[in-house]
Write a protein that binds this ligand. Structure first.
Ligand code: BGC
Length: 755
């Protein structure tokens, strides 16, 4: 397929026809020129291919497939390699099923625990989301299947999802909401990007040229096509000019005609249409040239993979008295509807039609000493006394009780946000009553987003299992009985209560307007700055073994912002079983003129260690690890000064730390006016060269000198200095008693700005 040649042969109508779907899941063919239709299908943690009745909400059946751990779970692995394996599995399924593009990963930031789609998203932290999604992308695309990184951009709520306007300042976008997309493009080389439904600062993402062209292509070098989220198009003609190449699903020809008419009327440049066609066909070609429908899709093997991976996503939150792992031969009462019918994926467009599902009870088949009680129902929140009594009875007779609880499907889904962070009342009551009957009570949670745990004191152990995919039951058994040593870490903070969350006051928005008031202080960036107690911090997770850290080394005490810093640290498994540790590196700016978080994740590595084994973990930090987004420069900027390099077990548990100095090589462009205040002028060597005599004069006139302390008392000196610091330059004219004119000051400003 020679894209340029094809393009030159196409009529305007044919070109416009390629800019929207044939139906729900296919692009249009151009038979005359031998251009085939290709199929795209949902992901991201499996393949949702709909053959017949199509919809984007996961209502109608799709073909049988494998559900791997969802993003909320796989993010907890902190394991790039795992994400790559998930991607490869999805890529193989797509090759087998002739699907050219898998519609994922979804990389939006978890601004609030309430977002209905949090289960599909990775983290509250941009670095973690960026690293993991890039690995997933590399996995899928290693199979010559494209991804569609979604939903670009600032789509962190479901409330009014097709109309809401995310109002976010530029620095916050750059530091928090963009990085996962940026790395998907730069590092992952994503074939396609899906724009979101919402507006960003007043403009629909689907027609936002700043987003889809200037940033995505101009700055980041994206070379694939942008597809609309399903039904996200408002003004198609504006969208084509903005850089939205493919509209999905079909517009029934209406928008194709609008595009043709706009070109004919001179309202849209045909070059914009050509560009979009070229991008779409280039991606088609990448797939078509490498299509391998003969690829084997071994679902049983993928099920086993899913089980192995899910176990390594689980986060051990509590393990009092080392109650876990359960020893062979101990009698265990397994309680909870989810132990037989696990919740392992979320509702909506990512919903997989699993070829099989493995529950904890399935995995325990044939194991002696296991009893079961349902404990709660999922259709009602009300505690059911009969079910609770049965559960209490089996728990009382067993060595240990395992309650499998969490959030029912109706509590969280694509399409709507949660209104609270509570678990169903029937489960909370069940946990309390079972724990009274058996103090050795263990709680396993299946949920896509944090929950409040008012019952935490009653449970001896807690495992956060997230939504672990179709083999979650086997994985749960492996972790409970210690076949797998838990090694997941929380990819998000668990606040004690919803009201603690930084977005609480404005989440969901007023009408269509959702102002991201908390700025860069999302998740742990907020809790750490506020020194607020949380239930479990970002990055937290326990193990059945213990790890010790030593030898934190940096290869320089002082670097320039153009240098790279190497950091090494030794980690030792000091326990008696093999385990994996997630070594986390955070960077903090000790002093800064802009508001910055205390620490930010800038590196992580997962290392497997045998008992007694030590490994050295190495990190490389470049400018970006120290920088904040400077709106004046419109670039990343590092302020000269000291930074902390912290090796942590979580954002709240600093194990080793060092300070280094970074020197900026960029001088901020200073543009002064007569309204500039002395404080800012005095920071600029250029300004001081011109203004020193004037400042001395002002100080003397006010009874002070810049060299000696002539003021009568320290308080008045402080006060006077403050008065001068915050004075605009122009005031010097008013206070000089006619010695200085406004025009003279304006002349000085001109000299400074030209220097
Ligand atoms: C979702 C997308 C999905 C698309 C197609 C939309 O409603 O937001 O994530 O890929 O439908 O199913």
């Amino acid at each position: 397929m020679d894209v340029k040649k094809l393009l030159s042969k196409m009529t305007l109508e044919e070109k416009a026809s390629l800019l929207s779907g044939l139906d729900f899941w296919h692009t249009k063919p151009v038979e005359r020129l031998g251009i085939p239709s290709v199929m795209v299908s949902d992901g991201p943690h499996g393949l949702r291919k709909q053959d017949e009745q199509a919809d984007h909400l996961g209502v109608n059946e799709s073909i049988k497939a494998v559900c791997l751990p969802t993003a909320c779970a796989s993010a907890a692995s902190f394991d790039r390699d795992m994400l790559r394996q998930i991607g490869e599995a999805v890529g193989d399924a797509c090759q087998h099923e002739r699907v050219a593009v898998n519609l994922g990963p979804a990389v939006n930031i978890k601004r609030s625990p309430l977002c209905g789609r949090n289960f599909e998203y990775f983290s509250e932290d941009p670095y973690l989301a960026a690293q993991l999604s890039a690995s997933l992308i590399k996995g899928v695309q290693s199979r010559n299947i494209g991804v569609s990184v979604k939903h670009f951009a600032a789509n962190s709520q479901e409330n009014r999802r097709m109309s809401s306007d995310s109002v976010v300042d530029e620095r916050t976008l750059r530091e928090i909401y963009y990085p996962a997309f940026e790395s998907a493009v730069k590092e992952g080389k994503a074939w396609t990007v899906m724009c979101s439904y919402n507006r960003l600062n007043g403009e629909y993402a689907s027609q936002h040229r700043g987003l889809l062209t200037d940033l995505l292509r101009g700055e980041w070098g994206f070379d694939g096509y942008v597809v609309s989220d399903w039904g996200a198009v408002s003004d198609r003609v504006k969208g084509v000019h903005a850089g939205l190449d493919l509209e999905m699903p079909s517009s029934g020809g209406a928008n194709d005609k609008r595009v043709v008419d706009a070109v004919r009327a001179g309202l849209l440049d045909e070059k914009d249409v050509d560009l979009a066609v070229e991008r779409i066909l280039t991606i088609h070609k990448r797939y078509l040239d490498n299509a391998k429908p003969e690829t084997e899709w071994d679902m049983e093997a993928q099920h086993e993979l899913s089980r192995r991976l899910a176990a390594e996503c689980m986060v051990l939150l509590k393990n009092e008295d080392g109650i876990l792992p359960i020893a062979e031969g101990e009698s265990v009462a397994v309680i909870g509807k989810f132990a037989k019918e696990p919740r392992f994926q979320g509702g909506g467009s990512s919903h997989i039609n699993c070829f099989k599902v493995e529950s904890l009870m399935d995995a325990l088949e044939g194991v002696p000493g296991i009893t079961y009680a349902q404990g709660y129902d999922i259709v009602t929140e009300e505690p059911d006394e009969k079910l609770i009594a049965e559960a209490v009875a089996v728990a009382a007779k067993a060595d240990k009780a395992v309650i499998v609880a969490g959030l029912p499907d109706s509590f969280e889904s694509e399409g709507y946000d949660r209104t609270h962070m509570r678990m169903p009342a029937c489960q909370v009551e069940l946990i309390r009553r079972v724990a009274e009957a058996n103090p050795n009570t263990i709680v396993v949670l299946y949920n896509g987003s944090p929950v409040e745990m008012p019952w935490i004191g009653a449970a001896k152990a807690v495992i956060e299992g997230y939504l672990g995919g179709q083999a979650v039951g086997g994985a749960t058994k492996d972790v409970l009985w210690g076949t797998v040593n838990p090694c997941g870490r929380l990819p998000e903070s668990f606040p004690h209560k919803l009201e603690d969350n930084p977005s609480y006051l404005s989440y969901g928005g007023e009408g269509d307007v959702a102002v991201y008031n908390e700025g860069v202080f999302v998740g742990y960036r907020y809790y750490d700055k506020k020194k607020m107690d949380v239930l479990f911090p970002f990055g937290y997770g326990l193990s059945y073994t213990s790890f010790a850290y030593s030898n934190l080394c940096v290869d320089a005490e002082s670097i320039k912002d153009t240098d790279t810093l190497k950091v090494t640290v030794d980690v030792t498994n000091t326990g008696s079983v093999a385990g994996k540790e997630v070594v986390q590196l955070y960077v903090g700016d000790c002093e800064s003129t802009v508001f910055r978080p205390v620490r930010e994740l800038k590196g992580f590595e997962k290392v497997g260690l045998a008992p007694g084994e030590t490994k050295t973990v190495e990190f490389e930090l470049d400018k970006r690890a120290f920088a904040y987004w400077n709106v004046q420069l419109n670039d990343w900027h590092v302020e000269t000064g000291e930074f902390t390099i912290e090796i942590c077990r979580s954002s709240r548990d600093v194990v080793l730390a060092k300070k280094i100095t970074v020197e900026s090589t960029v001088e901020l462009p200073a543009h002064f006016t007569v309204d500039s205040i002395f404080l800012d002028l005095m920071k600029s060597p250029k300004a001081m060269a011109v203004l020193k005599p004037l400042i001395d004069g002002v100080m003397q006139a006010m009874g002070m000198s810049s060299e000696s302390d002539t003021a009568s008392s320290a308080i008045s000196k402080d006060m006077m200095e403050a008065m001068i610091r915050y004075m605009p330059l122009r005031s010097a004219a008013s206070f000089s008693g006619g010695q200085l004119s406004y025009d003279q000051l304006a002349g000085m400003v001109e000299m400074i700005n030209q220097a």
